[in-house]
Ligand binder design. Structure first.
Ligand code: IDP
Ligand code: MG
Length: 155
């Protein structure tokens, strides 16, 4: 089982898409192990997007991410990182395939609704950053687990 960080960006919250986007992940079979909403501190946002700090869009991105509440999620599942990225679609919403979150709900490159960790190392460091307090992460077994997965082959 893998864990990954997902963020619903300010545009998703402002447009009232939290429920719809959350359903995509839940209905797929990913397990929510952490969920919180707030306007996150600028310092955290800068650290989160540090890899892009030389890029021309960096300051605008940090400002946008701090402009309104963000929903932060820790999701768990088999191949949760790539599964999440597949559900999200590609970075530019306008070019994202129908059926993906960005493809179905967005038009913008920068206001692209969701973030998802892009690999195991990033997932680990991003979860440590956004869910630093272990009390915010729930260990639980959904009743439906054995119906989502083939226990003998996949768990
Ligand atoms: P990702 O979110 O699909 O992983 P990244 O390349 O890691 O995409 O970029 C991080 C975020 O920065 C994007 O989700 C988007 O909000 C923003 N971004 C990336 N490239 C551009 C750009 O060229 N113009 C404006 N915003 C951008
Ligand atoms: Mg990225």
């Amino acid at each position: 089982m893998e864990r990954t960080l997902v963020l619903f960006k300010p545009d998703a919250v402002q447009r009232g898409l939290v429920g719809k986007i959350l359903s995509r992940f839940e209905e797929k079979g990913l397990k929510i192990v952490g969920l919180k909403m707030r306007v996150f501190p600028e310092e955290l946002l800068r650290t989160h997007y540090e890899v892009h700090k030389q890029r021309p869009f960096f300051e605008g991105l940090v400002k946008f991410m701090g402009s309104s509440p963000v929903v932060a999620l820790a999701l768990e599942g088999k191949d949760a990182i790539t599964t999440t990225r597949t559900l999200m679609g590609e970075t530019n919403c306008a070019k994202s395939a129908p059926g993906t979150i960005r493809g179905d709900f967005g038009m913008s490159f920068s206001h692209n609704l969701v973030h998802g960790s892009d690999g195991p190392d990033t997932a680990k460091s991003e979860l440590a950053l956004w869910f630093a307090d272990p009390a915010e992460v729930c260990e639980w077994t959904p009743q439906q687990t054995t119906w989502v997965y083939d226990v003998e082959e996949e768990l």
